[in-house]
Design a binder for this molecule. Structure first.
Ligand code: SAM
Ligand code: SF4
Length: 326
């Protein structure tokens, strides 16, 4: 029988998010303060060899898909080489802010990267500057085009809508994405900001996103969701689609198949977990693959039923999204 990473609720972890760095070249207001964050010391970051080893142990336990993220994964030096090694083990995708894709899309595709998600919250240069504190919208748009041209498929666009900031752009972003052949996914804002300023009342809910889109298009449920977080809708009968990830108001914890590895080698069973399992120290102490596998299995066994954002005792995790790996 193949080993599997099972929890006590019968879920199997088959999807791993790997953060390649906690650093970033943008400063999205809902993710990082203008001055950045106290970055992880470089000797605590997993090397390429260490990362490949942990992914290979995870793969031996049934992990099939890995998404590389951060911080900004494209700023990790030597990324195409790392991607080539990981692509031999698992089905690989990446989430990026798009800066650097004009240079890296083709080498990454050649190295075995399959798909890419590019985060983009606005199509207006002045808003982009206000939201990310950098005047780089044109570079992100060029990066998206480069991803498409390199044959990464699908190219998805991730958007977080915020009330009175960019929520008037929902329809525009969808029409623009459809015109360019990108698949758009709206993501509800989650309580993961370093400033701890998330406010449920300010969050634009999945329901509101759907209302706005329905004013311009007919949306019908695409039933092929599986364990994917996004609810997917066919736009005007399809084949065009749009996704909405209602992590807060429509949680999908019951079918969650995801675990996470931080850039400093800590295993987390949920974005909102308050516990981490230190694989880096174990690995550097010389543990065997079997011992590391046992650590992963026991961590996953303790995975909680849900994120508990609605629970009165909910506490935001100590690390922000950019340090966990979004
Ligand atoms: N830098 C890359 C990027 O922006 O795509 C990868 C890391 S980033 C943390 C991954 C995704 O998380 C982005 O789409 C970003 O918009 C989203 N994100 C960041 N903070 C969030 C929050 N509090 N709630 C929901 N999504 C968030
Ligand atoms: Fe950087 Fe991504 Fe956070 Fe924006 S959302 S600051 S691009 S890590």
């Amino acid at each position: 029988m193949t080993a599997a990473l099972l929890d006590t609720f019968g879920r199997a972890a088959t999807d791993l998010r790997v953060s390649l760095t906690d650093k970033c070249n943008l400063r999205c207001t809902y993710c990082m303060p203008a001055e950045g964050l106290p970055w992880l010391p470089s000797d605590e970051l997993l090397s390429d060899d260490e990362l490949v080893r942990l992914v290979s142990v995870a793969a031996s336990l049934g992990v099939r898909t890995v998404r590389l993220t951060g911080g900004e994964p494209l700023i990790r030096p030597g990324l195409p080489g790392l991607v080539a090694r990981l692509a031999e083990l698992v089905d690989l995708s990446l989430t990026t802010n798009g800066l650097g894709l004009t240079r890296l899309a083709q080498p990454l595709r050649d190295a075995g990267l399959r798909r890419v998600n590019v985060s983009l919250d606005t199509l207006r240069p002045d808003r982009f500057l206000a939201l990310t504190r950098r005047d780089r919208l044109a570079d992100v748009l060029a990066g998206l085009a480069a991803a498409k041209a390199a044959g990464l498929e699908p190219v998805k666009v991730n958007t977080v809508l915020m009330r009175d900031v960019n929520d008037d752009e929902a329809g525009e972003l969808l029409d623009w994405s459809l015109a360019h052949g990108y698949e758009l996914r709206f993501i509800e804002q989650m309580p993961l900001d370093p400033q701890h300023s998330w406010d449920r009342g300010q969050m634009v809910t999945a329901e509101e996103v759907l209302e706005r889109l329905s004013a311009r298009h007919t949306l019908t449920v695409d039933p092929s969701r599986g364990s994917a977080p996004a609810e997917v809708w066919l736009v005007d009968g399809g084949p065009a689609r749009v996704g909405v990830v209602g992590s807060v108001t429509r949680p999908f914890c019951g079918t969650c198949d995801r675990i996470r590895l931080t850039a400093d080698g800590q295993l987390r069973t949920c974005l909102f977990a308050r516990d981490e399992f230190d694989l880096r120290t174990a690995l550097r102490a010389g543990e065997t693959d079997e011992e590391l596998a046992a650590r992963m299995s026991s961590a996953v066994l303790g995975k909680k039923a849900g994120h508990g954002i609605d629970d009165p005792s909910f506490l935001q995790p100590d690390r922000p999204m950019s340090a966990i790996g979004g």
